[in-house]
Design a binder for this molecule. Structure first.
Ligand code: AMP
Length: 498
């Protein structure tokens, strides 16, 4: 049995201050230099529990402040061992933080480094796809905290550049994503390398049966801490559901965009072809739009995202998989052109808006045949939607005024075009499943795996942070409908800082 602490808001809890946790002045100084005064809810819940030495199962996604939630108490606990000796033996690896991607590893490592900077504790990051030599040198010099992706960590263990026999704290960050990426065997191998007596912290955005099974296999009487995403989003995000006819959904999206004068919006489509068609329809109607999905080249996707980030693109039509790994904050609105087949994806999608304490709008279109999907979502988020009519909306008469169609959607059979839908519940090949099938090891840059080619690592890469709200000049391409100087939402994420 485990205790549960549930927190439903995702903003800093002003009643509590970091000083209240009894953190060392060196850690507090680092926090104050970061400008952090009040802990976020996950921090308020996790810090005291981790300081007590308890295992934690944290239901929290990136953007909640979970990194500091586990890093700060770990640093505090490790301060008991901190020393300024030059001897590597005096700096054994005492805490291991595992992350699914190199970008997240890098982001966590940056945070840890900044929180440790006034302490003698050392930290380093290891991930695949880059030269091992500098990592080896850092590990050989001795570090108390290692942030790693699983495959490269095992490479270092194998090469005996890393010894985990004194690791007393294990963190699995974004555990659900690690399982999605096929890291389970590596995680099990790593757990077997650690001392039996240790503290285990696991953070995951979702708690599937697989995650619970993994947690049960290595955690000891964990305290469950939930920054309940569904509740948090429900509180912060205005969710609207409009009933429309299937063939009027594209028109409804452009109507909503115009009606609400939306400047920056992500529209979710369940299929790649649907995403492309919708983006094209938007373009034909003078709304600057672009689609990102797995059949677009990496350059096309990067260009589209960059343009969206810069405010040059008003509407980004995305599939779930393409949007995955993008840590986007301050996005004012998301639209579900299609309701997702998987109710959890609904939460992921609407979590793109209303983050970091901001408010947001999540607008979903639903057709008669989507009733079951809507009910699934309602069950998951424990909220009943009002099925509203889109007042004032008049779909165009279908026929002569259909948008021009390009060669890619003139009716060739799907297989011929090499297009795949992303439905996972109908046995069709999915981008998601290809991510899940990466194989067990070395995905983050070690020896190539034959199945790896299916996945473009770009999908797993969080967005490089922007500095915040920006005013950008209107580019030529945006001339149709983006105002010349447009205030855009900031897109934040964990891009490498190297
Ligand atoms: P995370 O969920 O750990 O990726 O953190 C999300 C963002 O919130 C990061 O940019 C952090 O730097 C920031 N952050 C974390 N804790 C706090 C805090 N207590 N106050 C303000 N910002 C924070």
């Amino acid at each position: 049995m485990s205790d549960t602490v549930t927190e439903t808001a995702a903003v800093a809890a002003p009643a509590i201050r970091f000083e209240d946790f009894g953190l060392s002045p060196d850690v507090l100084r680092a926090l104050s230099e970061q400008g952090y005064v009040h802990p976020t809810p996950i921090q308020a819940q996790a810090i005291p529990v981790v300081l007590q030495g308890r295992d934690v199962m944290g239901a929290a996604q990136t953007g909640t402040g979970k990194t500091a939630g586990f890093s700060l108490p770990i640093i505090q606990l490790l301060l008991a061992h901190a020393n300024t000796s030059a001897s590597p033996a005096r700096h054994p690896v005492r805490a291991l933080i595992l992350t699914p991607t190199r970008e997240l590893a890098d982001q966590v490592a940056d945070n840890v480094k900044s929180y440790c900077r006034f302490t003698p504790l050392r930290s380093t990051v290891v991930f695949g796809g880059v030269d091992m030599a500098p990592q080896t040198a850092a590990l050989r010099a001795g570090v108390e905290i290692v942030i790693a992706t699983p495959g490269r960590l095992l490479d270092h263990v194998q090469q005996k550049t890393l010894n985990l026999s004194q690791t007393q704290i294990l963190v699995m960050d974004e555990a659900d994503r690690m399982l999605d990426m096929g890291f389970l065997p590596d995680l099990q191998r790593i757990i077997n390398l650690l001392p039996k007596k240790r503290q285990n912290l696991m953070f995951s955005a979702t708690f599937s049966p697989e995650i619970k099974k993994l947690a049960g296999s290595f955690q000891n009487d964990p305290i469950t801490i939930e920054v309940a995403r569904s509740n948090a989003t429900a509180e912060r995000v205005t969710q609207t559901i409009y009933k429309v006819n299937d063939d009027a959904k594209g028109d409804a999206v452009s109507f909503i965009i115009r009606e609400r004068a939306l400047k920056q919006v992500i529209v979710f489509s369940n299929s790649k072809i649907g995403a492309s068609k919708l983006a094209r329809q938007m373009e034909n109607e003078g709304i600057v739009a672009s689609a990102i999905h797995g059949d677009k080249s990496q350059n096309e996707r990067m260009a589209a995202l960059e343009a969206f980030k810069q405010g040059q693109i008003q509407v980004l039509v995305a599939t779930d998989v393409a949007a995955r790994g993008l840590d986007i904050t301050d996005l004012p609105c998301v639209i579900n052109y299609d309701l997702p087949y998987n109710a959890e994806d609904y939460v992921h999608r609407i979590g793109r808006t209303g983050r970091a304490g901001a408010s947001g709008d999540a607008i979903s279109l639903f057709t008669e045949k989507d009733e079951r999907l809507l009910v699934d979502i309602e069950k998951l988020i424990k909220k009943k939607f009002e099925r509203a009519e889109l007042v004032g909306f008049k779909p165009r008469q279908r026929g002569g005024d259909r948008p021009e169609r390009s060669s890619s959607d003139r009716g060739e059979p799907r297989a011929q075009r090499g297009e795949r839908t992303e439905r996972s519940d109908r046995g069709e090949r999915t981008e998601r499943s290809s991510i899940s099938n990466l194989g067990s090891s070395r995905r983050e840059g070690g020896a190539p795996s034959p199945r790896r080619e299916k996945v473009d690592p770009w999908f797993l890469k969080p967005y490089e942070p922007s500095t915040g709200e920006t005013l950008v000049e209107k580019p030529e391409v945006a001339s149709k409908s983006v105002k010349s100087r447009q205030k855009v939402a900031a897109l934040l994420g964990g891009g490498p800082k190297r």
